[in-house]
Design a protein. Structure first.
Length: 94
């Protein structure tokens, strides 16, 4: 899968097999995180971005080289994006 995936609170987003290349997010004044796990919200953590907690901010996160793969080649292999105290997140995949 390539392209841009967007999610906003209070939902989670499931990603098929892809590579996460970068993220853009708008965080609240309360510390939070963007957590991407394999297969379930309690699965192995692939990446977690902790967001600052003193002001409402917008930030970009760039992932070097080939990005972070979200799964292997099986049909039941996917990743879950969970936002905590993050208003909005855009994830760029390729």
């Amino acid at each position: 899968m390539t392209g841009v995936q967007t999610c906003a609170l209070p939902i989670s987003l499931a990603l098929p097999r892809t590579r996460i290349k970068s993220m853009y997010y708008v965080a609240t004044a309360t510390a939070g995180s963007i957590k991407i796990t394999s297969n379930t919200t309690s699965g192995r953590t692939l990446v977690q971005v902790n967001t600052p907690g003193d002001v409402t901010v917008a930030h970009s996160v760039y992932i070097p080289d080939e990005g972070i793969p979200t799964g292997r080649s099986t049909a039941n292999d996917f990743a879950i994006v969970t936002l905590t105290n993050v208003t909005y997140a855009t994830i760029f995949c390729g």
